[in-house]
Design a protein around this ligand. Structure first.
Ligand code: FES
Length: 151
């Protein structure tokens, strides 16, 4: 009986088994699952023939890769200079308290991932928070709580 190909097999089949396809595969797996699970990392390494340590260094170097499951909603608090001066650290701390998760991590129910970034490119509107694709300028703790309740 022919074994049904899994999603990960289908992704691996997109690229020849050569080391130069490591990043492409990591990107595709990240896009499909929203993170790179250890077992998928091993399958990728076996496929392209690179050591696991090399793949881990690549995946931990680039911020676009996540090694833990990401939440349904991504919250990014800008902690660049302009936003920091306007109180973004307090915003980040209140989000950590409200969500019960430290920055760089995801809530247990996989609803929210909380991160800080260095600049969202809208310093004039500091403090800035980005939730999924929405930019929220002049962010306040109250405003962010209200926004999160809506979603
Ligand atoms: S420092 Fe926050 S948007 Fe630039």
């Amino acid at each position: 009986m022919k074994k049904k190909a899994t999603e990960i097999d289908a992704i691996l089949d997109r690229y020849p088994g050569e080391p130069r396809y490591l990043i492409s595969l990591l990107q595709d797996v990240q896009a499909e699952y929203n993170y790179i699970a250890p077992e998928n990392m091993t399958l990728i390494c076996d496929h392209v023939g690179v050591p696991l340590t090399q793949a881990w260094s690549v995946a931990t170097f680039y911020k676009s890769f996540s090694l833990e499951p990401r939440g349904e909603h991504e919250i990014r608090v800008c902690c660049g200079t302009a936003c920091h001066l306007k109180g973004s650290e307090r915003l980040a701390q209140s989000l950590e308290r409200d969500l019960g998760v430290e920055r760089g991590h995801t809530t247990e129910d996989l609803r929210f991932s909380l991160d800080t970034v260095n600049c969202l490119g809208a310093c004039a509107l500091a403090p800035m928070v980005m939730i999924d694709d929405d930019y929220i300028g002049g962010a306040t703790q109250r405003g962010i709580r209200k926004y999160l309740k809506k979603i």
